[in-house]
Ligand binder design. Structure first.
Ligand code: HEC
Length: 241
């Protein structure tokens, strides 16, 4: 504002600017401002391309002391094709805003952003990752949750307790692309089917050849490729110039 008042000739424009700001497309008026956004629930979900994620994404606005703020405006955005219902909302009495997310039509990792503003109008953000994948990776996700995650994921969840801290040799998160991308599909197939010793690694990695069908083994490999960060680039396909 100050900057505009320095130039008397711009006073008319100032009026236009204010009128424009007074009529936002969304009829939501923040009555409070926080200073940080945290994820309450709904991150790291897996949905079919073009469909709504099973759980809503819920984020919380906090003040500088970590207390929930009611009445702060939160706006959601994401890559092309992602839809939010609603796309913006005011934080409720728990400081939370909830939105239903419909994934874009292409499978892959989607980084979503929730944005809010502090008292001075400065924006702050929260990034949330969701996955969109066709049926095979969905099956792989379920295989992982049932057979692999309690060792390969160091975090416990409501459904499973992590065994990671008890392992003398530490497995990697399947999202650790720097490690997992170095395994060819046939290496992955060997270690999953025959266990760690198939690749001269620890027998703490059990064999799954008796437990998983070939299709389920392929599905969990497809899932590992999907979640890897940095993304997996299949070797071997080179195009001549
Ligand atoms: C009982 C714990 C345990 C379970 C369950 C388990 N793993 Fe492992 N896994 C390990 C350990 C330990 C290693 C590391 C072996 C080494 O580096 O010597 C490993 C290594 C691997 C590796 C090599 C990359 C890495 O993380 O170092 C792959 C790939 C792998 N496991 C896939 C799977 C899949 C797929 C499943 C489920 C079908 C699974 N694992 C279940 C313990 C486990």
């Amino acid at each position: 504002m100050k900057r505009i008042l320095w130039i008397p000739g711009m006073v008319a424009l100032l009026g236009v600017g204010c009128a424009h700001r007074a009529a936002p497309t969304l009829a939501l008026h923040a009555t409070a401002a926080g200073s940080a956004l945290v994820e309450s629930s709904g991150g790291k979900q897996l949905g079919m391309p073009g469909t709504m994620l099973p759980q809503p994404l819920v984020v919380q606005v906090n003040d500088a002391s970590g207390n929930a703020v009611t009445g702060a405006l939160v706006e959601f955005s994401g890559p092309e094709g992602v839809r939010f219902d609603p796309a913006a909302g005011l934080s409720d009495s728990n400081g939370q805003v909830s939105t239903n997310v419909t994934m874009g039509g292409i499978g892959g990792r989607y980084e979503l952003t929730a944005a809010s503003s502090d008292k001075s109008g400065k924006q702050f953000f929260l990034k949330v990752t969701e996955l969109s994948a066709p049926y095979q990776q969905q099956v792989g996700y379920e295989v992982n949750e049932k057979y692999c995650a309690h060792c390969h994921n160091s975090e416990s969840s409501a459904e499973r307790v992590s065994n990671y801290d008890n392992l003398a040799v530490k497995p990697h998160s399947f999202a650790d692309g720097n490690v997992l991308n170095k395994f060819s599909d046939s290496d992955l197939n060997a270690i999953i089917t025959h266990g760690g010793p198939a690749l001269n690694r620890s027998a703490l990695m059990p064999p799954y050849g008796w437990t998983l069908s070939k299709a389920k083994t392929q599905a969990v490999i497809a899932y590992i490729r999907l979640v890897s960060d940095p993304p997996y680039q299949p070797a071997g396909v080179t195009y001549a110039k």
